[in-house]
Design a protein around this ligand. Structure first.
Ligand code: ADP
Ligand code: ASP
Ligand code: MG
Length: 420
């Protein structure tokens, strides 16, 4: 019998009536002849609420204790969904991440999955049961409970699908797939029927929340097809791209085409200026010959000490800039104090910018897309504070309040002409 993994996000299990609707959809899947594994997120805004609670207790809550707290959210929804399925006459059993065999490293708050040993899940499937798993969590080799970073239930689902050899992995949410931009921000955004792993990963890393970037990376490695769909949708038919988004290995589309626009609001930008007249290339730490000198390596070492992950790192001589997402940064106050204590005014933290990106294979083959986007942004009055590119992406750093307008603007510039 084929195994299907379904993941339901927080908004899809936000209250009792929605949990009952999910239970009915799970039952239909089982009745269609599949073995079913369901991964659930915490109800509604539970994770945000728990984080707020922790921050009322401490400005920089301990990472291990945060994981103990946050994993409780998914534990509530897994039990309630299992109860709801049983109420419909189904045989369900719920498991925590640890019970399902999700083994992670011990980097609390944004742990990575190292391996999945789904023995108990397989045993229960063999008994004919529907297995409901708490998403977003695992256990380290030291038997510490961990979480996988915000949006991590997607990763649980894909990792479980890979470990079980599932036919596909459905990611069910409040939108019916991945759109050309966040449909809440750009009403003219359209659903994209088919996406490659690379395009989806870049969109996710650029702030499109619908799918988690680590989950897509996992799916790519293991060749798992992801069907992104609405939680209330029919079960996937012969062509799941007709009413959702299918992410799998696709034949490449016309190179240079922008497929989507994404933005990330909650970022801070660190910049360090070594302060020495002689530039020190590379990541060499300060040599201590000048009381003032700060090497880029010194700053990165401090960030590693505090387990802060960054992106868009740029080092030139002894100057460094780095974008840090706030998503999994829960001890910002402590980190900023440590930076100020060690480097004084030589490390600055800008808290006024956001990132806007366009994504597509080969979009940087010439500078045409970069120039068009930059001209459109500048003409709209936005001041561009930085630009970064990869082979699939162009990212502009602009004033945060302009981000939503910029999403609509770049969508009009790059995507709408293709649809007309
Ligand atoms: P879930 O709780 O189901 O995991 P998320 O909030 O993580 O849901 O992701 C779904 C949300 O992602 C949508 O409500 C939508 O506003 C937002 N979103 C951002 N960018 C996109 C995009 N390109 N396509 C679809 N949804 C997007
Ligand atoms: N509940 C977690 C979060 O809000 C994980 C998830 O929803 O995927 O980030
Ligand atoms: Mg999500």
């Amino acid at each position: 019998m084929s195994i299907v993994v379904q993941k339901y996000g927080g908004s899809s299990v936000a209250d009792v009536s929605r949990i009952k609707q999910v239970a009915a959809r799970v039952m239909r899947t089982k009745q269609a002849g599949h073995d079913v594994v369901v991964v659930v997120s915490a109800m509604g805004d539970t994770t945000d609420d728990l984080l707020r609670l922790a921050k009322q207790v401490s400005a920089s809550p301990d990472r291990r204790e945060l994981d103990m707290l946050l994993t409780a959210g998914e534990r509530i929804s897994m039990a309630l969904l299992s109860i709801a399925i049983r109420d419909l006459g189904g045989e369900a059993i719920s498991f925590t991440g640890s019970q399902s065999g999700i083994i992670t490293n011990d980097r609390h708050v944004d742990a990575r999955i190292i391996e999945v040993r789904p023995v108990r899940v397989q045993d229960e499937l063999a008994n004919g049961r529907i297995v409901v798993i708490a998403g977003y969590q695992g256990v380290s080799y030291r038997r510490e409970v961990t979480t996988l970073g915000r949006g991590g239930s997607d990763t649980t689902a894909v990792a479980m699908a890979a470990a079980l050899g599932a036919e596909y992995c459905e990611i069910c949410s409040d939108v019916d797939g991945v759109y050309t931009a966040d449909p809440r921000v750009a009403p003219s955004a359209r659903r994209i029927g088919a996406l490659s792993y690379e395009e989806t990963q870049e969109l996710a890393e650029s702030g499109a929340k619908m799918l988690n970037a680590q989950a897509v990376e996992f799916a790519k490695e293991k060749g798992i097809a992801i069907f992104a769909r609405a939680a209330g949708s029919a079960l996937p038919g012969a062509d799941p791209s007709a009413d959702g988004t299918v992410v799998r290995r696709h034949s490449p589309r016309q190179p240079g085409t922008v497929v989507g626009v994404a933005s990330e609001r909650d970022v801070i930008v660190l910049s360090a200026d070594g302060g020495s007249s002689q530039s020190r290339p590379g990541l060499s730490p300060s040599d201590g010959t000048s009381a003032k000198a700060v090497g880029p390596g010194d700053v990165l070492a401090l960030l590693d000490e505090h387990k802060v992950a960054g992106k868009q790192l740029h080092v030139s001589g002894d100057r460094l800039t780095l974008v840090v997402s706030r998503e999994n940064l829960h001890a910002e106050a402590e980190v900023r104090e440590a930076l100020a204590a060690r480097f004084g005014g030589q490390v600055r933290v800008a808290d006024t910018l956001g990132a806007i990106s366009v994504v597509g294979a080969g979009i940087n083959a010439s500078f045409d897309n970069l120039r068009r986007g930059s001209e459109a942004l500048t003409a709209s009055g936005a001041s561009i504070e930085g630009i970064a590119t990869s082979s699939f992406r162009i990212t502009w750093m602009i004033d945060r309040p302009r981000l939503d307008d910029a999403v609509r603007l770049l969508h009009r510039t790059f995507i709408e002409p293709l649809n007309s």
